[in-house]
Design a protein around this ligand. Sequence first.
Ligand code: TEU
Ligand code: CA
Length: 546
Amino acid sequence: ADTPAWWTRAVVYQVYPRSFADSNGDGIGDLGGIRSKLDHLAELGVDVIWLSPIYRSPQADNGYDISDYEDIDPLFGTLAEFDQLLAEVHERGMKLVMDLVVNHTSDEHPWFVESRSSRDNPKRDWYIWRDPLDAHEPNGWTSAFSGPAWHLDTTTGQYYLHLFAAKQPDLNWQNPEVRAAVFAMMNRWLDRGVDGFRMDVINFIAKTEAELVGESVRPSMGAQIHEYLQEMHREVFAGRDAELITVGEMPGVTVEDAALFTGAERKELDMVFQFEHVGLDHSDTGKFDNLPFDLVALKTSLARWQTGLASSGWNSLYFGNHDQPRSVSRFGDDGRYRYESATLLATILHLHRGTPYIYQGDEIGMTNAGFTAIEQYKDIESVNHYSEAITAGADPATVLVQMAFRSRDNARTPVQWTPDPGAGFTSTEPWIEVNGNAAALNVQTDRAAGERSIFDFYRRLIALRHELPVVSLGEFALLEPEHPALYAFTRTHDDDRLLVVGNWSGERLRLPEGLTDDAGTRLIGNYPEWHEAVLEPWEVRVYTRA
Ligand code: TEU
Ligand code: CA
């Protein structure tokens, strides 16, 4: 069998630059801040750093609205500083991945400025323009950020499509000129030394005429998506993909599709971010309609993805990112058992088969922000949701409770480095409030916690993935699928076998009879002692048997 790709043993760390570290005292994170924390990342042991967008942008969606793909926004620094950061990342033996946002640009991108200037502009067909239908939007599609997905441009009397904000017009990927321009830009970043891309909503780029005029509320994934990604592979990655890592963010992707996107012989992507497990705790009416957590649903979903990509393709593994609530608040206990539940979540995730992604701050168990007033929120999705809900007659207090759990801003408060005011993130007023628990919850305090350092626990999990083929490649098998609080599974590789047992609850849990018989010895656990037949609240154990 051919040698497993390097990223089967790798761990990726996501930096959301605006909230990571501010080096020039303007309250916004920047490249200088990232450079000052590279030792933190190297000590953690991560292999790849994924940067959320740092390109020129009006910041309507915190940089996911790009107005120049080939320059760094002055908020974050300069191209020269970027090259310095890249060199320092490489010096430490780490790789750097950029965020590729090419389903849409900013409405201030020169391409769109030209496109919207007249109906016969050569770039008109670089975006998706349609005539009004009975003086209204061409179809019923809605934006992810509330309201219709179409915006009427009065200059030319046509609507343009935007699946996200009106300041994020969708590119027309059916146009070969668009594809060529994107591929050329990607090649220039790779030629600059970048080691790959995380591709923003990349499954949305394929919209066909049928879908555009169809009445579906949101686009399904157009059939040409595989053609586009295979063309991207030929034009950009072929001949150099062995050293690179590509991950496609794909809301709504199924495990069957993911097997096609990530099969090695398919020459499309290395892995995808799927959304099933992060969609279980809200209703279909919308992400802010929160539902109670259901462990059986979670472990069943993740197990199906393990099985579905066991022989072909590859999983990414994540519980958090800049769009999701903080995982210890969402899935664990961010109060009494914060250390125990944060380390349980990390162990369960990192011992699945796939490439784990650590979101900045999760390595010290950062929690949801605890915002109570709409003025504290900055995220366009949250702010638009609030005004839409209130306009529709919802009770502001109810909406604020929903947002306090679900808002993307929960993951976007500044990383907490020290107990000082400003949490060591900035010397001035930060662009978004620092979490009120920063004085006790920060890197400095966590690193001094010895046995109860979450950072140190992550460091050990990452080392296990680097050292043990049973962790990176071992076959996954879920045990006790119906148990409401026990998360148990095995990993087997040649003669090596791991047994992972986790008590995903705040109550003591009696282990099923015989489950740990001949399970072997202790590999890692989050309680100092193991009382054989009973798991303590949020206790996780990994047994190893050769
Ligand atoms: O996210 C796309 C996406 O799926 C989320 O925005 C999701 O739709 C939303 O949070 C509801 O669950 C990517 C980026 O990660 C996000 O930050 C951007 O806002 C979005 O695309 C548009 O670029
Ligand atoms: Ca700054």
